[in-house]
Design a protein around this ligand. Structure first.
Ligand code: KG4
Ligand code: ZN
Length: 343
């Protein structure tokens, strides 16, 4: 008999977090994330070779800790779920090999998970019963896309970014004025101390009526402004001056308003009843507030994933794994990393 509340081990290693989590049904029994941010910070971004090496060094301990915190043994598990893409190939392979080894040794089903589906479902795990159709905005460091779900099991891609991801734009703009990595949380913290109307950064114009995103124009305009006003890389250690804070406030406001406007247009066009926000950029204070405000005005419900589950984690991987386990959608031993996997 298949358990209704299966015990699933989730493993995530697609980018720079080594993560493992245990889910019993929909209950989070443990959620371990070993971040590599401190390692990549000095390079101003993720270095793929370093990322895979550190995943390899840490994955045993991370999985062990997830099991111990959940107070379960490998013998108790019903399945092992692992991210198979998108992401960095060398990093993905570390998680996949670990999951295969556990599944093989314990005779457990192996479940392959799309990282983006993990982000999308993280909101639904925390907010069961989201009104459908639901419009999901998934904004992270590697991806920025919108999806429509008419039912819980059917997800259609509506729009994606044509260039940078939203989080990537935050990271690059923070870097160009000499602030640290990752830039998103730093911009989030500093923007309220600046004037968001100080610098005009125009949203991209798309003549084809597409709902797609584009963030490279915001980044280039910010770069030009920084060059013209001598704001480049001037504050490696200290706190930025007012002109830099104004630029960050203007950048954040422009990017957020662009995403909010896109999400609302998509929701209206598709007849969605709710808007769901996930991915690392869903941590952004202004984005969370503006989505809630505009959705409310439009008579839509809105849901943002908690900050804890917004950034990369293995709970969201275990959650997708749980659903696939119940449908008996298992992967074969030939499961491989798929760096460009789409949703
Ligand atoms: O989902 P995530 O942890 O990893 C990927 O799948 O990419 O997202 C990381 C991204 C980074 O670009 C980071 O700067 C951004 O999320 N981020 C934020 C905030 N916190 C994290 N961006 C804006 N505001 C934040 N508070
Ligand atoms: Zn992610």
């Amino acid at each position: 008999m298949q358990p209704l509340e299966p015990l699933i081990l989730g493993i995530e290693s697609s980018c720079d977090e080594t993560a493992a989590a245990v889910l019993r049904g929909r209950t989070i029994e443990s959620n371990i994330v070993a971040s590599q941010v401190d390692i990549h910070r000095e390079y101003g971004g993720v270095v793929p070779e370093l990322a895979s090496r550190h995943h390899l060094e840490r994955i045993d301990a991370v999985v062990d800790l997830a099991l111990r915190e959940a107070e379960v043994a490998l013998a108790d598990l019903d399945a092992v779920a692992v991210t198979c893409g998108p992401g960095l190939v060398g990093s993905l392979l570390v998680g996949i090999q670990m999951a295969k080894a556990i599944a093989w040794v314990r005779g457990l089903p192996l479940v392959a998970v799309n990282h983006l589906e993990g982000h999308l479902r993280s909101v639904w795990l925390e907010h069961p019963g989201v009104e459908l159709p639901a419009l999901s905005l998934v904004a992270s460091g590697g991806h920025t896309s919108m999806y429509l779900s008419r039912t819980e099991d059917e997800t259609v891609l509506l729009a994606r970014t044509r260039d940078d991801a939203a989080g990537e734009a935050f990271d690059k703009v923070a870097k160009l004025v000499g602030l640290g990595y990752p830039g998103g949380p730093i911009v989030d913290r500093l923007a309220p101390t600046g004037d968001r109307c100080a610098v005009r950064l125009a949203p991209p114009r798309m003549s084809d009526g597409s709902l797609d995103f584009s963030f490279s124009g915001f980044k280039t305009a910010a770069l030009r402004h920084a060059q013209a006003h001598g704001l480049e890389a001037t504050f490696p250690a200290g706190e930025p001056d007012q002109a830099t804070r104004d630029l960050l406030a203007s950048f954040q406001s422009s990017v957020v308003e662009f995403m909010v406007q896109r999400a609302l247009t998509a929701a209206r066009r598709e007849g969605a009843r709710s808007i769901c926000l996930s991915g690392g950029v869903a941590c952004n204070t202004l984005l969370r507030a503006r989505v809630a405000e505009e959705a409310g005005k439009a008579g839509l419900r809105s849901y943002a994933v908690s900050r804890q589950l917004a950034v990369d984690n293995a709970v969201m991987i275990a959650e997708v794994g749980r659903r696939k386990f119940l449908r008996r959608e298992f992967a074969g031993w030939d499961l491989n990393a798929d760096p460009g996997l789409e949703l």
